[in-house]
Design a protein around this ligand. Structure first.
Ligand SMILES: Cc1cc2nc3c(=O)[nH]c(=O)nc-3n(C[C@H](O)[C@H](O)[C@H](O)COP(=O)(O)OP(=O)(O)OC[C@H]3O[C@@H](n4cnc5c(N)ncnc54)[C@H](O)[C@@H]3O)c2cc1C
Length: 308
């Protein structure tokens, strides 16, 4: 029986140490942080230097093959991402330690594919660490769940004073209740949403890229976006080719998804410019392999942008 060849020949290196050195923590907001605690694979072949190879390695087992040259492996990785063949990227995992306000954690927790272990407010006394915004944004008129610009300085100062008063009253009452012997699991209901919590959060690369597409996007709330941006900065040197392909092909990154009606509009526009017009060649695209160029020619032909 044929097995995929073992690529781990010779020396291996610690990919986190190689990619990030000791800079594994990024501070965000006023008191928050994201630390990359660990990843899988952690030890990678010295010749590869990134964890991208684990995606290709898993994919090739389908055909009883192993790694090829780095260039061939990158083409395969990009092909898989273009064609949403995502299961192999679940072979790479990241574990983060995050310190964030509870209202940000509420948004994080909607991403059900991560594994979470959070600080227990039943077991521990919550520390009086509260988030204070550095600026006060104004409600967006165009987007009911978004913000746009800043409120005026007087309103901002009134809001920040109110926040200080509310949280210190809340924490004093919590502290008194705990000291009086009340169960921490009930006493904590006095605390406010800007209190910091912390957790370990583990997720595979496929689901992390889904999370990052949604939460690095300009529609995401800024306070979660800074955590997503920090995670992206931490993983990029570890899986650079996966991130590059995601940036090239994901509709919420550099790519675009056209609806059937939009495709029809382009076809119809190309036909009405001149009924007989058909370009003799599709517009060229850069930085990609032959298979990707062929796929583009087929798309261009369908849109009327290249020969039939
Ligand atoms: C800008 C923005 C605004 C938002 N506003 C709101 C809001 O107003 N109210 C609100 O409640 N939420 C809101 N959300 C949260 C949003 O609806 C999703 O719950 C969140 O983004 C998680 O997305 P997900 O389910 O795709 O991710 P995950 O839970 O990580 O799941 C990843 C993928 O796995 C699959 N999956 C996971 N679990 C299941 C399941 N049980 N059944 C089927 N498929 C599953 C799905 O394909 C899913 O896309 C908002 C999110 C964003 C980014």
């Amino acid at each position: 029986m044929n097995h995929a060849p073992d690529p781990y020949e010779g020396e291996e290196i610690d990919v986190i140490a190689y990619a990030l050195g000791t800079n594994r923590r990024i501070d965000v907001l006023d008191k928050g942080f994201v630390t990359l605690v660990d990843c899988m694979p952690r030890m990678v072949p010295a010749s590869r230097k990134t964890a991208d190879h684990a995606v290709v390695q898993a994919a090739r087992v389908s055909v009883g093959a192993g790694l090829k040259t780095i260039e061939e492996d990158i083409k395969t990785l990009r092909y898989m991402r273009r064609h949403v063949h995502t299961a192999p990227s679940e072979m790479v995992e990241f574990k983060f330690h995050c310190h964030m306000p509870i209202f940000v954690a509420r948004q994080f927790i909607r991403h059900r594919t991560a594994n979470v272990n959070e600080k227990s407010g039943r077991y521990s006394v919550m520390a009086d660490v509260f988030h204070h915004p550095s600026e006060c944004r104004a409600q967006s008129a165009a987007n009911k769940q978004g913000s746009n610009g800043l409120i005026n300085a007087d309103s901002a100062s009134e809001f920040l004073s109110a926040l200080n008063a509310v949280e210190s009253n809340a924490y004093d009452a919590y502290d008194r209740a705990v000291k009086a012997g009340m169960a921490k699991e009930q006493a904590r209901i006095l605390l406010t949403l800007n209190l910091y919590t912390e957790w370990y959060w583990k997720i595979d690369l496929h689901n992390l890229l889904h999370f990052l597409a949604l939460r690095c996007d300009s529609h995401a709330q800024e306070e979660i976006r800074v955590y997503a941006d920090a995670m992206l900065a931490l993983i990029t040197p570890i899986v650079p080719e996966s991130v590059r392909a995601w940036n090239d092909y994901h509709p919420m990154r550099g790519a675009m998804l056209l609806t059937r009606m939009e495709v029809e509009a382009i076809r119809s526009f190309m036909g009405t410019v001149s009924n007989t017009y058909r370009p003799s060649a599709a517009p060229s695209i850069d930085g990609v392999d032959k298979r990707e160029v062929d796929e583009w020619k087929a798309k261009a032909s369908k849109l009327g942008l290249g020969p039939a």
